[in-house]
Design a protein around this ligand. Sequence first.
Ligand code: FE2
Length: 393
Amino acid sequence: MRYFRVPREIVFGYGSLNHLAKMDMKRVAVICGGSATARLAGDKVLPLLIESGKKVELMTGVLPEPPIRQVVDFKERLLEFRPDWILGFGGGSPIDLAKSAWLFYEHPELDVFDKVREWGEGPIKSMPPLRLKARFTAIETTSGSGTGVSRGSVIFDESSKRKYPVRSYEMVPDTAIYDPELCLSLPPDVTANTGMDALTHAVEAYVSINDNEPAKCLALRAIRYVFQYLPAVCSQPDHKEAREKMHEANMMAGIAFSNTSLGINHALAHALGAGYGIPHGLCNAVLLPYAIEFNLPDAEAGYAEIARTIGLKERTAKKQANALSKEVFRLSLLLGIPGLKNALANNLDHFEKHLDIVARNAFSDPNIAANPRQVKSPAQIERIYRKALEPTG
Ligand SMILES: [Fe+2]
């Protein structure tokens, strides 16, 4: 038996933000990041809510890698305001934080630090039901995290420097709104990094050991869109059609990985990002060619299918699969994404000296479990990081 779970309602395309005015909400907590997203929320979201008679509180200040202590802070703010809807607004971080804060707003008796660490270690066996107090809507303003349609919420543990992917289908938002208008002013580097995050979601979902045909269909289409439209939207940020397609790719990739799983690339990206503060999408981008190479012995057919989808013409499945990692590398170069060495910058020495610890953290990330090639030791992970440090793909 398999499941395919998505938000009850996904509204997308230019103008879809206006759907907010029609939603039956009384008290809405809008959770967002720093000043730029707060301004965007103030300009675009709050007027729609207020003019349609809703009581609104704007809760700002979610950090780029939201730590567990912020889950506590925002839970307290929610308990004070008592919303019947929580609206996560922004990139992956504020929406992820809003999801976890929602969980503990519903169940304030739970210890936030204990539960995030426990649930972030592996499959959740005892996630309590949500929606006793509030429902959740997500509005993504970048095209990458897919968190608006997914079950995940990644939270950072400052003491252990680990990222915990807290996951449960209870946390799939009720409504998700994907209005590409909100992305038109994103700078090229954020566009590139987040777009590569979406690509990684789709590639990992497609070769995940979890069989889920509808999810994999969406993954394949998302991959095609990223190769087709991400270069255009990076060179011309206000390219309306490319923005719309990238936002759809983001949404489709989010549905895909939420219903299958991710894999080794995200495990390595989480450990790298948590240790060195490198943006999540950039971590995925610099690792993806090497994670594909690692998986080749057990995922050749899947990678070959992806290669054919993006128009690679090699004659055999083996050659097609081999060509995919090079094509991903070429896409990153085209987008101006630096390699791992440059992404680490001054932290390169530290990374090389502590590679064993980073690899162990990646090895304990639950995303490893659905990877097509079984990962048997942290030493295998170290080798992937080392390959990514080499200058060519
Ligand atoms: Fe991701």
